[in-house]
Design a protein around this ligand. Structure first.
Ligand code: NAD
Ligand code: DAU
Length: 344
């Protein structure tokens, strides 16, 4: 029996990954270790807790708390750590970078050190395409490209990647890193653009598109990402990094149009608003390395966006309580005084 610690497993991608792993493997026990910030929610795992009761456990804890992390590793005889725990929203990092540096950088260090102290446990770090920064022309980021992060979030994630590589080189810690694109799918907190826009549109509220909406992103279905992480855990070369995305890109406005079409809502809901500070215009990954390992995405952009929209339409029980809580304050802070652009 393998014993996996999934840090940040109550968040969006982490909870999808836990469900994926427990469904696909019977020789596996999963312990979710999560601080339950605004983004971490036990509802994301309520079906998992019921269906896999004998092979699933939850520990509430902070990855910055070295004693609590060491106790979780010991108490559950953990052999592998997959670290999803992070502060993840770029707009929040622009307003309040502190928690990003603490969790994304220092927290990663605490986990790496705990893995080393526990006898060099297998460690996988979930990273992001944002560490490459804005990508010019038609270049696609390769894993060997120099990191050039431009937001406090991206810089913190890049710092963590450097630490992971340092622990591999210096101490021989058996590590891998995956750098994902813009994930979408079930259980994504509605601060991120796709669930924000779907839930706004369902409430007939405007969709605040930053700037001209011509920024280019790779909207990747979360289960494609989970499948890639699973593959890297089984076949990834230690010390290596793997980009994970569909390898194709669309503009934010194209994404919005697909989303509104799926909902049957009018384009008049689109509002161009003041841009995000330091907004990266384009991310695009070269995914040939993960494909050579045997991975292929099941969803293209359009299928990923449409499937995500349908999930939010069918799961109001999940997002309606979120939008009436802390989220309201956050929304007023980010969008309340934001200038609407007449000429994007
Ligand atoms: P999320 O914000 O939905 O969830 C983050 C989880 O981490 C939450 O459950 C939260 O409670 C937990 N957490 C935060 N601080 C913690 C701490 N100090 N100790 C323990 N737990 C803590 O995030 P997500 O979108 O699922 O992203 C997961 C990971 O994937 C992150 O590392 C993120 O950088 C990375 N990533 C995300 C995307 C994306 O599009 N969402 C893309 C590429 C990479
Ligand atoms: O690329 C991977 C990254 O994707 C992850 O590492 C991050 O954790 C995740 O938050 C996401 O970052 P982005 O900044 O790309 O995602 P977000 O959903 O915030 O924004 C996607 C695009 O939509 C971006 O170009 C900004 C734009 N946007 C976003 C919001 C919230 C808008 O136009 N309006 C909005 O209200």
């Amino acid at each position: 029996m393998r014993h996996l610690l999934v840090t940040g497993g109550a968040g969006f991608i982490g909870s999808n990954f836990v469900r994926w792993m427990l469904t696909h493997y019977t020789d596996l026990r999963v312990v979710v270790y999560d601080k339950l910030t605004y983004a971490g929610r036990l509802e994301n795992l309520q079906d998992v807790a019921q269906q896999f009761a004998g092979r699933y456990a939850f520990v509430r804890g902070d990855i910055c708390d070295a004693d609590a992390v060491a106790a979780a590793l010991r108490d559950h005889a953990i052999d592998t750590i997959v670290n999803f725990a992070a502060e993840t929203h770029v707009d929040r990092s622009i307003m309040d970078p502190d928690a990003f540096i603490r969790t994304d950088v220092y927290g990663t260090y605490v986990l790496l050190e705990a893995a080393r102290q526990a006898g060099n446990l297998r460690y996988h770090q979930i990273s992001t395409d944002e560490v490459y920064g804005h990508i010019e022309g038609d270049h696609r980021s390769k894993e060997t490209d120099i990191l050039a992060p431009r937001s406090p979030y991206a810089a913190s994630k890049a710092g963590a990647d450097h630490l992971v590589n340092a622990y591999h080189i210096t101490y021989g810690l058996p590590t891998t890193i995956s750098r994902g694109a813009n994930n979408i799918g079930p259980y994504q907190y509605p601060e991120k653009v796709v669930p924000l826009f779907v839930t706004n549109a369902l409430n007939d509220e405007p969709l605040p598109v930053y700037g001209d909406g011509q920024q280019r992103r790779d909207y990747e279905y979360v289960l494609d990402h989970c499948q890639a992480i699973d593959l890297i855990l089984r076949k990834g070369v230690l010390g290596e990094t793997y980009n994970v995305g569909s390898g194709t890109e669309i503009t934010n406005l194209e994404m919005v149009e697909i989303l509104l079409d799926e909902l049957g809502k009018p384009r008049s809901l689109i509002r161009h608003v003041e841009d995000r500070l330091g907004h990266d215009r384009r991310y695009c990954l070269d995914v040939s390395k993960i494909m050579a390992l045997g991975w292929e995405p099941d969803y293209n952009h359009e299928e990923a966006i449409r499937a995500t929209v349908r999930w939010y339409v069918a799961n109001r029980w999940w997002w309606e309580p979120i939008r009436s809580g802390e989220f309201k304050e956050y929304y007023a802070r980010v969008y309340g005084n934001r200038k609407v652009l007449s000429q994007p």
